[in-house]
Design a protein around this ligand. Structure first.
Ligand code: F6P
Length: 385
């Protein structure tokens, strides 16, 4: 079934799906929310979308608090956003709307430990508030929820990609990534001086989930000697050999960047898993695992630093402020042109859009043949495989 074109366009609704959402054709009242883990630049997107939507196009922009949760609570947690209320947001880290990675309305966590489908309540709330559609700023999980709300309830949605992990397909970069890389690079600069003073092997564990982008970029920018990423299961012998080789050349310290998802290829000692979000797990202890494997092979003094949420907090770097501003404007432009169901993206340096469905179909990890890996190997960085 093809949906009646709204604002000049339409999208295909799966057969048999009855739409519950019948908002006014054009209420010029748009909801905006942030979902999943925060990332530097979220506020910059909110600001630019509001400045363009409310300031230039005279729309009502409505902020929804804590992702979809703000629509599910009674009273609903919504607030009008105006260019004035968004003053001073460009450089501010976090999200003024709040966020959560435990609020999937299709599998909403209940207090008794069970999960229930509350997505119809979201549709009812969107309709009751007279929202023409939603700007959903988030990573793959949040975009998938937005798409499902559109497919199953007909709620018009436009996506804006966010994550420090840079693991979303169809966009060259997500905002937040460069800020995380900058923080990790600064940490490496600091670790260098103390490593050199003590002749130690310093391991820095960085975030990234199952993707090694932060480790790769920060490792190259921070002059790491070894980088361990999930996409290249490592042989600890190779890292030990690199440390020995450096010693022979008179370099008695070594800097190792370890992505949180990295693991040895032989599985001799694996990082553990800890709960993350709704029913998901993430690896824990990647740097400690490698440190242990090194001490089994070579007489070294190791220290590990887990950078953690320092990578997510604080102000966005200039690059993230710039693309976040462009992304917010583009999201409003997509709505203006009736391009619901699309996600803003950066393609070969140009801000454009792709269907959300395509954007979340696959996950973007580091290709071991990536030119940056090749360049890193050329300057002597060891990947362990
Ligand atoms: O997806 C962003 C991210 O920061 C990952 O790099 C990391 O694994 C995870 O979120 C941490 O999530 P939380 O804030 O729930 O601990």
């Amino acid at each position: 079934m093809k949906r009646t074109p709204r604002n000049g366009t339409g999208w295909t609704i799966p057969n048999g799906v009855k739409l519950r959402y019948t908002a006014p054709m054009k209420s010029n009242r748009i909801g905006i929310l942030t979902g999943g883990g925060d990332a530097p630049g979220l506020n910059a997107v909110i600001r630019s979308a509001v400045k363009y939507g409310a300031g230039t196009l005279n729309w009502r922009m409505v902020g929804i608090e804590d992702a979809f949760n703000g629509l599910l609570e009674s009273p609903r947690r919504l607030r009008d956003l105006t260019p004035r209320s968004c003053q001073g947001l460009l450089h501010r880290g976090g999200t003024v709307l709040g966020t959560t990675n435990r609020g999937d309305p299709f599998s909403f966590p209940m207090s008794d430990g069970t999960a229930t489908d509350r997505s119809a309540e979201v549709a009812e709330a969107v309709q009751a508030e007279g929202l023409e559609g939603l700007i959903v700023i988030g990573g793959d999980g949040t975009q998938a929820i937005g798409l499902r709300l559109m497919d199953e309830h007909g709620i018009p949605v436009v996506g804006v990609p966010k994550t420090i992990d840079n693991d979303l397909n169809s966009t060259d970069f997500t905002f937040g990534f460069m800020s995380a890389v900058e923080t990790a690079t600064e940490a490496l600069d600091r670790l260098h001086t103390t490593a050199e003073s003590h002749d130690r092997v310093m391991l820095l564990e960085v975030m990234g989930r199952d993707a090694g982008w932060i480790a790769l970029w920060a490792g190259v920018a921070g002059g790491a000697d070894c980088i361990a990423i999930p996409e290249i299961p490592y042989d600890a012998d190779r890292f030990a050999a690199k440390i020995r080789d450096r010693r022979q050349k008179g370099r008695h310290f070594t800097i190792v960047v370890v992505a949180e998802g990295a693991a040895p290829h032989r599985g001799e000692r694996m990082p553990t898993h800890v709960p993350h979000g709704q029913g998901t797990l993430r690896k824990s202890g990647a740097a400690d695992t490698l440190a242990h494997l090194l001490t089994e092979r070579i007489d070294v003094e190791t220290r590990t630093t887990v950078l953690g949420h320092l990578q997510r907090g604080g102000s966005p770097v200039a690059y993230d402020r710039v693309i976040a501003t462009q992304f917010g404007v583009k999201a409003v432009e997509l709505i203006h042109r009736g391009r619901w169901g699309e996600m803003v993206c950066l393609s070969a340096g140009e801000v454009t859009s792709v269907p959300i469905r395509d954007a979340i179909a696959t996950y973007r990890t580091v290709d071991p043949t990536d030119p940056l890996i090749a360049a890193a190997r050329s300057v002597g960085i060891e990947f362990g495989g």
